[in-house]
Write a protein that binds this ligand. Structure first.
Ligand SMILES: [Cu+2]
Length: 159
């Protein structure tokens, strides 16, 4: 009788798996609570541009930003300092993971830009474009050694 019992159990397992991920698909990573869709190179012109500055006083200005949900946002990030800074977008867990990554790497900054993170050399301006798919709060931070802990972060409100 065992083979007959296996089939219903398998169906139950499949249903359970299907029910565990309802609604919109959640990207595996980066593990931001606000899903972020990197813009494709040929995306439409961004509707919102936000000028951001990074400074050696370990601040991101503005420290609070509000962006619309579901629309491409371009952060125009200028490093006004004399050392490298980063602009890393993601929730607290993502920021913490990034901070640990940096520590593990001997305090060196990330080797290359990522869909939601850029390193900006002193005096340079770089753009980071992304779309926030859900309303909520998320963060931007710099993870050059000690900077995030020193307050080099900003809050992003998606609404
Ligand atoms: Cu920094």
């Amino acid at each position: 009788m065992r083979p007959i019992r296996l089939a219903p159990l398998a169906v139950v397992a499949v249903l359970a798996a299907a029910c565990s991920s309802p609604g919109t698909p959640v990207p595996a990573q980066p593990s931001a609570s606000v899903p972020i869709t990197p813009a494709s190179p040929a995306s439409v012109a961004p509707v919102t541009r936000i000028e951001v500055t990074l400074s050696d006083s370990l601040r991101i200005e503005p420290a609070g930003m509000t962006v619309p949900v579901g629309k491409p946002i371009t952060f125009v990030v200028t490093n006004k300092g004399t050392i490298l800074h980063e602009f890393v977008v993601g929730d607290q867990a993502f920021q913490d993971a990034h901070d640990q990554e940096m520590m593990a790497g001997g305090g060196m900054s990330m080797p290359k830009d990522e869909p939601t993170a850029i390193g900006v050399q002193p005096g340079a301006t770089k753009e980071l474009t992304m779309t926030f798919d859900k309303a909520g709060l998320t963060l931007a931070g710099c993870h050059v050694t000690g900077h995030f802990a020193a307050g080099m972060r900003a809050q992003i409100t998606v609404q």
